[in-house]
Design a protein around this ligand. Structure first.
Ligand code: GLV
Length: 324
């Protein structure tokens, strides 16, 4: 008898085809997400679960899963899963890194450009029939080229953003808990600086850290106050990395000039003030959402699941300690 796997939400069909060659698949072909009791009920008798970021896999819920040996998560960030608890329960957790790096960096840059050059505002202006004549400062925004970009988190996506910044002749500062390898610093002409210097000197600040207890509210009122009044902040990492009410207040009071946001503290809710502000470009958590990349993410999650089903070490295991 084939082992059983639960897929909690809709994925690209190729991933289901692959899984079906190796397992009995209970596929929830819907975008709604399973309520916790339903997830628990359906996990019964499953060897693995293919999860997405709306599945909140807390310590309490993981402890109730019986017989589940792996969670193959579709996404690079896995802050929705209590990995330490999974390890204690003997559950392998995998993610989908690399395949989404460039796509997410593209979106960070798109939001940076959109906020700097007021693209969303310009689109509204034109569509609503307000464009009557050309004028010297009509929708004049901020230059991007030759400005300073400060990056928090110089992992894969941070590096890909820095690579794009070079094409815009930008100076790139960064801060992280660890220095990037020397070869990367040299290749991308990166300057490692303390947090306060990054905030004070950057024209653009882009966030590329994972959400952990130490990065929650990395940017709050105090940090925003240290930024230039002309600065623009971009967040494609996780919403809670920014204190959203503090950001809404800073943007409405002109403490900083603008923002490009793809992620929010309580998705899908967005702070009402952000929805009103013109100097903010907003997107509904679509950082990795190109068709090719989302397909690759689904396939990689399925490949991780197949490896686990076959007793091999999954290629993207995030808690290798579970095997020792
Ligand atoms: C999406 O946010 C991801 O972590 O892949």
């Amino acid at each position: 008898m084939k082992p059983a796997v639960l897929v909690t939400k809709r994925v690209f069909p190729e991933a289901i085809e692959l899984l079906r060659r190796h397992a009995e698949v209970e596929y929830i072909d819907s975008d709604d997400g399973l309520p916790p009791e339903e997830l628990l009920r359906r996990s019964c008798g499953k060897q693995g679960i293919v999860s997405q970021l709306t599945d909140k896999l807390t310590a309490e819920r993981l402890a109730q899963f019986q017989g589940v040996r792996f969670i193959a998560h579709v996404g690079v960030g896995y802050d929705n899963i209590d990995v330490a608890a999974a390890t204690r329960c003997g559950i392998m957790v995998t993610n989908t890194p690399d395949v989404l790096t460039d796509t997410t960096a593209d979106l960070a840059f798109a939001l940076l450009l959109a906020a700097a050059r007021r693209i969303v505002e310009a689109d509204h202006f034109l569509r609503s029939g307000q464009w009557r004549r050309w004028s010297i400062d009509l929708l004049a925004g901020h230059d991007v080229h030759h400005k300073t970009l400060g990056i928090f988190g110089m992992g894969r996506i941070g590096q890909a953003v820095a690579r794009r910044a070079r094409g815009f002749s930008m100076r790139v500062l960064y801060n992280d808990t660890r220095r990037a390898p020397e070869a990367i610093e040299r290749e991308l002409e990166l300057e490692f600086v303390e947090k306060d210097r990054l905030l004070a000197e950057s024209d653009f600040v882009s966030l590329h850290v994972p959400l952990t207890e130490s990065t929650r509210h990395l940017i709050g009122a105090a940090e925003l106050a240290k930024m230039k009044p002309s600065a623009i902040i971009v967040n494609t990492s996780r919403g809670p990395v920014i204190d959203e009410p503090a950001l809404a207040e800073a943007l409405s009071k002109g403490v900083i000039a603008g923002a490009g946001l793809d992620v929010f503290e309580e998705e899908p809710k967005v702070h009402p003030v952000l929805l009103e502000l013109k100097n903010v470009a907003l997107a509904p958590h679509i950082g990795s959402a190109s068709i090719d990349t989302r397909r690759k993410m689904c396939m990689l999650a399925a490949e991780n699941a197949v490896a686990a089903l076959e007793g091999r070490r999954p290629p993207n295991l995030v808690n290798p300690e579970v095997l020792s």
